[in-house]
Ligand binder design. Structure first.
Ligand code: DLL
Length: 430
């Protein structure tokens, strides 16, 4: 199941050679075309000719999301505006969005990489691809849409939300694959349950491509069970074309990152120094083929590690472990560093817990975790609920080393957003 067998299985030495050639070309181009990089190079007394080996990438400056915002709207363009074909934006939590331009070649490359991803999991021409990501400025839906069309699927641009309509489309057009965020996938599973739909009996779904937000292995299993599908983890970011950067193959053990298009490094998030292969740190990516907006050493803030062993599927492009969270998502509660993922891991390992949760920080440093119950945990016995609440508190305490309040709430009662889930509300007045 290969889209481009030759490139996907290219031997490591040739792949590295190709990377070096593309890195050198990218560095030469930004030095000529992007004043931001030209200035950075001159401050560091760096010339494109200094990049003689892949390891020299470390001599290049990092690019951060603050640099993208500071150069908004078009300061980082390496082509004329006439040569751009599409604009996406990515909004962070504060300030101006990041503007991401695509040239005609960038649009084509993004579709090509998404096609590789889908075919790698077994998607073929006859598949019906229901795209439940948000269409619009967000890259999630549109970029993958082009990839699925390229493979020859029938693509249904459903967008997120409106579960009644989603179900109707699924039933009438026999959708075989969905592209969805983990939070909406879980919500939709609850909706199917409330309608008495058994996906294995009533639907034709076989695969779900789940990404755009962090989630745990237990959440994967919950979605697989509830929707009767194989879930494949899908990673990407707007700065690198959106989805299609890294994706799981049939082994579902780490996501192959397309190394002919992206040069990867894992660095210590504090010092920026490279870490040994296999250690967790911040993913840093350099674009090797992007025309409109090449980026050097982009700090993704995503915490992951490289899977050191080669993959039995035969692809030579290395795999990333599931993203553990973002270095800037870290919460500090009573002096303790906590990642929301740690909380999700505890909650989703308990069968009595339902499909949604919310972390609320209040007052001086109080953490409350609101937890939806599973439908089956409602047996009318108050002491069972008290017991469950205590169990969650003690498991969370063991994981995050501080004692949160836990509030059990009925299934389906917490807010669900159509885009990315908001897991933390911070009302602290510190
Ligand atoms: O979320 C692109 C995308 C769309 C990927 C659809 C996969 C599917 P942004 O809005 O720029 O782009 O957000 C990128 O989302 O840096 C991660 O923090 C997070 N993220 C994306 N995929 C995953 C994943 C799109 N599979 C940011 N696991 C990234 C964990 C993910 N986090």
């Amino acid at each position: 199941m290969f889209w481009d067998h030759a490139i996907e299985t290219l031997d490591r030495a040739s792949l590295r050679q190709l990377q070096l050639k593309r890195l050198q070309a990218t560095v030469r181009r930004v030095a000529r075309k992007v004043s931001f990089y030209r200035e950075q190079f001159s401050q560091a007394r760096l010339r494109p000719s200094h990049i003689g080996a892949l390891a020299d990438v470390r001599r290049l400056p990092f690019t951060t999301s603050a640099d993208l915002r500071a150069n908004y709207p078009s300061g980082l363009l390496a082509v004329g505006l006439d040569d751009t074909l599409r604009l996406h934006t990515s909004s962070g939590t504060t300030g101006k969005p990041k503007a991401l331009f695509f040239s005609r070649q960038d649009v084509a490359n993004a579709a090509e990489l998404c096609a590789r991803c889908l075919v790698m999991t077994g998607v073929t021409r006859g598949d019906v691809f229901q795209n439940m990501m948000t269409y619009g400025l967000f890259t999630g839906a549109l970029v993958m849409h082009y990839g699925a069309e390229k493979v020859g699927c029938l693509v249904i641009p459903a967008g997120p939300g409106n579960s009644e309509k989603q179900l109707l489309l699924m039933l009438d057009f026999r959708s075989t694959a969905v592209h969805v965020t983990p939070s909406y996938a879980l919500y939709f599973a609850g909706f199917l349950e409330s309608k008495g739909i058994d996906p294995r009996r009533d639907l034709a779904l076989r695969r779900a491509f789940v990404g755009a937000e962090p989630y745990t292995e237990d959440t994967r299993r919950k979605i697989e069970q509830a929707l009767g599908v194989d879930v494949f983890n899908s990673y990407g970011l707007s700065e690198m074309n959106g989805p299609g950067v890294a994706f799981e193959c049939e082994h579902k053990h780490g996501m192959h990152l397309w190394e002919d298009h992206y040069l990867l490094e894992i660095v210590d998030p504090q010092t920026g120094e490279p870490l040994p292969e296999g250690e967790y740190g911040e993913l840093v990516l350099t674009t090797l083929c992007r025309e409109a907006m090449p980026l050097l050493r982009y700090r993704t803030r995503d915490i992951t590690a490289v899977v050191p062993e080669p993959c039995p599927c035969g692809r030579t492009h290395r795999r990333l472990q599931r993203i553990r969270g973002r270095s800037d998502d870290m919460l500090i509660v009573r002096g303790v560093n906590i990642y929301p993922q740690q909380i999700e891991q505890v909650l989703m390992s308990l069968p009595q817990v339902g499909r949604n949760y919310l972390i609320v920080l209040d007052g001086l440093d109080e953490m409350t975790v609101k937890v939806e119950l599973a439908q089956t945990s409602f047996d009318g016995q108050v002491e069972h609920l008290v017991h469950l609440e205590n169990e969650i508190v003690s498991r969370l305490r063991a994981e995050i080393l501080t004692r949160p309040k836990v509030e059990l709430v009925p299934p389906g009662s917490l807010p669900v957003s159509e885009g990315k889930a908001r897991r933390v509300i911070d009302n602290r007045k510190l």
